[in-house]
Design a protein around this ligand. Structure first.
Ligand SMILES: [Cu+2]
Length: 346
């Protein structure tokens, strides 16, 4: 080939490559722009947002605010919580695989500390935490693509990370698989965590956070949904005989592994460590690592009170105790007390 022809050929290839590059750039831009924008429905524990119900990905806007406030850790026991949206745990976020999640993190102007979010559902350095680091009164925004379905933890990751987690900055995000999860009658959001205070368990008044006890892994309080008794009495979870229940159970730690168990129930299905592929069946107690989550499902056959515990059972004395109150018809074929006459004789 003549050198001049070669030259022209090279220019042509170069132009083609540019055209192709611009084309695919425009295409990806169009794909991003064509996504419907939706404001996320977010809920506080034990409420769960409704299923996503979308067959296509969307851009989902999630608004979080880091707020430091004094609240109740146990009756007459106060603690300065660091929260997302004023509550511990933070809101439940529900999206679907392929969604583009746009997270707006505001740090309240009343805050004294820098905060951020590390989403375990994010693929990328720091789970987004580097981009979301915000000073009091500031706001930062990220967009991430939900690549992997599952139930994930999110938590603050500002320095010192263990203290920001220990003070209450965590929550759960569910990334639904294609087609969503199987429908159930009731869904609940329960999250276990520890609190490390200078003063002993039950000391009244405002408690000081203790990093020394945190490092020794010696919590004073181990609770469900941010405080002792949050799921007891008027806070009990409620359902009816015949209903199928799903519990999204998170364990942030910061140190302890949870042996999650519901007294008097067997989990028909457990999606271990939050993976929403094939569940395990007929599980009595499921191990939930610190910084992980599990989805458990069961159908209610009996009325009464079913107790949620961490089966490292002394922890119930530190607060890890909840109730699922079930109403409906009795089922004596499954369980009943029998009288003297009915007893089988040897
Ligand atoms: Cu923080």
């Amino acid at each position: 080939m003549h050198p001049k022809q070669l030259h022209i050929l090279a220019i042509l290839i170069f132009l083609l490559l540019i055209a192709f590059g611009i084309g695919s750039w425009l295409k990806s831009g169009r794909a991003e722009a064509s996504l419907e924008t939706i404001e996320a429905v977010i809920t506080h524990a034990p409420e769960v947002p409704p299923p996503v119900g979308r067959s296509k990905p969307a851009r989902v806007v999630v608004r979080l605010e880091a707020v430091e406030l004094i609240g109740e850790l146990a009756p007459d026991v106060k603690y300065e919580f660091w929260t997302f949206n004023g509550r511990v745990p933070g809101p439940f976020i529900r999206v679907r695989v392929g969604d583009q999640v746009e997270v707006h993190l505001k740090n309240s102007e009343k805050s004294k500390n820098t905060h951020t979010v590390d989403f375990h559902a994010v693929t990328g350095p720091g789970g987004g935490a580097n981009h979301l680091m915000v000073e009091p009164g500031q706001e930062a925004v990220i967009r991430f693509k939900a690549l992997n379905p599952g139930l994930y933890i999110y938590h603050c990751a500002a320095n010192p990370v263990p203290v920001h987690i220990a003070n209450g900055l965590y929550g759960l995000i569910l990334v639904e698989p294609e087609g969503g999860l199987a429908p159930v009658d009731r869904e609940f959001y329960v999250m276990q965590s520890e609190f490390y205070t200078e003063e002993e368990l039950g000391t009244t008044g405002l408690q000081a956070q203790s990093s020394t006890k945190g490092m020794m892994e010696r919590p004073e309080y181990i609770v469900f949904n941010g405080k002792v008794g949050s799921l007891l009495e008027s806070g009990a979870l409620k359902a009816k005989v015949g209903e199928r229940v799903r519990i999204f159970f998170g364990n942030i730690g910061p140190n302890l592994v949870s042996s999650f168990h519901v007294i008097g129930e067997i989990f028909d299905s457990v999606y271990r460590e939050g993976g929403v592929t094939e569940p395990e069946h007929n599980i009595q107690t499921t191990l939930v690592p610190a910084g992980s989550a599990s989805i458990v499902e069961f159908t209610l056959q009996m009325p009464g009170d079913f107790t949620l515990v961490d089966h490292s059972i002394f922890r119930m004395m530190r607060g890890a105790l909840g109730t699922l109150h079930v109403e409906g018809h009795d089922n004596p074929d499954i369980l009943r007390k029998i009288n003297e006459k009915e007893r089988s004789k040897p």
